[in-house]
Design a protein. Structure first.
Length: 85
């Protein structure tokens, strides 16, 4: 979500300006904002393929798929995350 990512962009820009390599693993819709800082963008669905193979490629679709696969349809997000670790 942009609200989680946006605060880090000035930090990324500053680190890149100092010569550091900065990488983000994120969704496609954030590519332009990330690349504008000079950081390297990596698409999560291409890097974390084990999370998306055979599942809907958006985060909510993948979460729903995992809930169905593991019989956790009634669990909330926090419960789901703790059980799938």
């Amino acid at each position: 979500a942009s609200g989680h990512l946006n605060p880090s962009l000035p930090v990324a820009r500053a680190l890149v300006a100092m010569g550091h390599r900065v990488h983000y693993l994120c969704r496609e819709q954030m590519r332009a904002a990330i690349e504008d800082t000079g950081a390297e963008f990596h698409l999560d669905t291409e890097v974390e393929t084990e999370l998306y193979d055979g599942r809907e490629p958006d985060i909510f679709g993948a979460q729903g798929s995992l809930q169905r696969e593991y019989g956790l349809e009634g669990d909330g997000v926090m419960q789901l995350r703790s059980k799938l670790r």
